[in-house]
Unconditional design. Structure first.
Length: 219
């Protein structure tokens, strides 16, 4: 069970400080938004490149942008450990995934709440992770969409049937109240923003979330 704090909820004026405050995390989730694919604007390539240099954990870049066919590999070259692109934004999702793997990083595809799970299942042989959004992408702090759980169940069944080594990530509304639900449905990698950065002890919250997920599946 992997915990990925989202710096969308961090203090952008003190990013290095807030990244080191979650040093017990498995990976760090960095949202790149362009104001076109989603109605919000965050940060871009130069900032991500610098974050990759200072972060004590691997960087998981989530591209909520148009034209990932052109841009995804540039984030791989910037030092990302994993690059996630949206199925809905890519002209050729299969080729984007292949390009990322050729660049030496983990390739990940994301699907929005309204996208059929079959679109991700079709790419399991080309990706290292699938991200299922449990909010509409673009803003942090949204309410968790429990109606997305059948997607996790379908993807987990498909992953086990094929024997693929694919992580199953969730992003949106993850907290102590919701993480067990996703773990039971098959998720194993959890993005959490406000739940972690709103806590007094952020590393303690990382550990608490991980333990809840582990305990949910242990039973």
């Amino acid at each position: 069970m992997r915990i990925a704090p989202s710096i969308l909820s961090a203090d952008f004026a003190n990013l290095e400080r807030d990244i080191r405050a979650v040093s017990d995390a498995d990976i760090l989730h960095v949202d790149v938004m362009d104001g076109h694919f989603v109605p919000n604007l965050t940060l871009g390539l130069p900032v991500v490149e610098r974050l990759c240099q200072v972060a004590p954990m691997p960087i998981d870049v989530h591209l909520m942008i148009e034209d990932p066919d052109t841009w995804a590999v540039r984030y791989a070259d910037a030092g990302a450990f994993s690059v996630t692109f949206h199925y809905e934004a890519a002209s050729n999702p299969r080729q984007v995934a292949r390009d990322l793997r050729a660049a030496g990083v983990r390739a990940s595809v994301a699907i929005k709440p309204g996208t059929p799970v079959e679109r991700a299942v079709e790419l399991l042989d080309e990706v290292d992770m699938v991200l299922v959004m449990t909010v509409e992408p673009g803003f942090g702090g949204q309410a968790f969409m429990a109606d997305q759980m059948p997607k996790f169940e379908a993807l987990r069944a498909a992953i086990e049937a094929t024997g693929a080594d694919v992580w199953l990530q969730v992003d949106g509304g993850i907290s102590r109240d919701t993480i067990a639900t996703v773990a039971l449905a098959g998720g194993d990698t959890f993005v959490a923003g406000s739940a972690i950065y709103g806590a007094g002890d952020r590393n303690a919250e990382v550990g608490a979330l991980r333990e809840i997920a582990v305990e949910a599946t242990r039973g």
